[in-house]
Ligand binder design. Structure first.
Ligand SMILES: [Zn+2]
Length: 367
């Protein structure tokens, strides 16, 4: 990190010049943030192309330059329609909104007992025919799929997906260490929201057995998604991940719902009609003890990583931009401040307010 200047020509970073040491009053120039795991932002939900486009339109003030709208377990028909509609958006990008890189399917091949908030009628064993139909409909734009390694047929589907260029993220799982290794051998390279929906350690005769979260934490073959609100993953566990895996192996995500990015205290209706209120996290409006989901945005993620979790700004930029870019196979063209890469940039004030968001050299938000 240093004080300097960056110039842009023809959509790309043309020149970076170091002019001195860092200054506390200067704005940060970071690579634009990329969120590979988000279900909604603003009033928009990732259930359709229309929802995905709304998310990308709402997101630029949060420093977000790239997004993979994420859909949890759904019927085969709705999943197919979603990946098809997102594919159309990804293939004809609007240069004035956050780039829709492709879709992320969190399921439906998910272990019943670790399904978290997913509908129990919609999680199912891994089905090769359905997986092939999804790949065909997505036409190269399905970027991530979350699979539980222990469901029937998982090995074949993980293999099929990873060979087709889809990042397979293992999650919503209580799989054994052997099943985890099988998934890695079949092509899985990522872990879905580490610590959330994971089982704790078993203690036998006073001896703690390593749990799955422990095993994936020290497995450098796996990149770990981590929700950075300090609530879904308490600060101590974020620090544990930082020390055990290092920022290089962590992908900061929001896992946000529609309602994220609305002013604190706003209420927003959930899919079932109940109201939630946006505080530090989305809570049930009439029962604030009850956490509904995340209302993070990536600018808050960047701030939390530095001010609450002790990451350096460079580590925070890696986790919020560089590592997610690699996760959705965009690392060779974006996600870092390097000459020749697309000029995807977030300019952040010392108070962590987004001043400007730039996508491929084009300002998509200015304060
Ligand atoms: Zn999710």
């Amino acid at each position: 990190m240093f004080f300097g200047a960056l110039s842009v020509a023809d959509k790309r970073i043309a020149h970076i010049e170091k002019q001195g040491e860092t200054r506390p009053d200067a704005n940060w120039i970071t690579p634009g943030f990329i969120d590979v795991h988000t279900h909604g932002i603003g009033p928009y939900t990732a259930v359709s192309g229309e929802g995905a486009k709304g998310m990308a339109t709402f997101a630029p003030p949060t420093g977000l330059t790239g997004v993979c709208p994420t859909l949890a377990a759904e019927s085969p028909e709705r999943l197919l329609a979603f990946v098809k509609e997102v594919a159309e958006l990804a293939k004809s990008p609007d240069p004035n909104i956050t780039k829709i890189i492709g879709s992320h399917l969190e399921g439906p091949f998910i272990d019943y007992t670790h399904r978290g908030g997913m509908d129990k009628r919609l999680v199912r064993g891994a089905d090769m025919a359905e997986a092939r139909r999804l790949l065909e409909a997505a036409d190269g734009t399905l970027k991530l799929m979350t699979v539980s390694p222990e469901v029937d047929g998982a090995e074949s589907v993980i293999n099929l997906m990873s060979r087709a260029g889809v990042t397979v993220s293992m999650g919503h799982t209580g799989c054994s260490k052997e099943q985890k290794d099988m998934a890695v051998a079949a092509g899985a390279t990522q872990v879905c929201h580490l610590f959330d929906t994971f089982d704790g350690r078993l203690v036998e005769h006073g001896v703690s057995k390593p749990c799955l979260a422990d095993c994936v934490l020290i497995d450098d073959r796996l990149q770990k998604e981590i929700i950075c609100d300090g609530i879904h993953v308490p600060q101590e566990l974020v620090t544990l991940a930082h020390r055990a895996a290092g920022a290089v192996h962590l992908i900061a995500i929001t896992d946000s719902l529609a309602g994220a990015g609305l002013p604190p205290g706003s209420t927003f209706p959930m899919a079932d009609g109940r109201m939630m209120v946006m505080t530090d996290v989305a809570r049930l409006a009439d029962n604030p003890e009850s956490i509904v989901g995340s209302c993070l945005t990536m600018d808050k993620v960047f701030r939390n990583l530095i001010t609450r979790f002790g990451f350096t700004p460079v580590e925070a930029a890696k986790m919020a931009a560089t590592n997610p870019a690699k996760s959705c196979h965009e690392g060779h063209v974006r996600g870092s401040l390097k000459v020749g890469l697309f000029a995807d940039i977030a300019i952040i004030s010392p108070e962590f307010d987004v001043q400007e968001t730039i996508l491929e050299g084009n300002t998509i938000y200015a304060r």
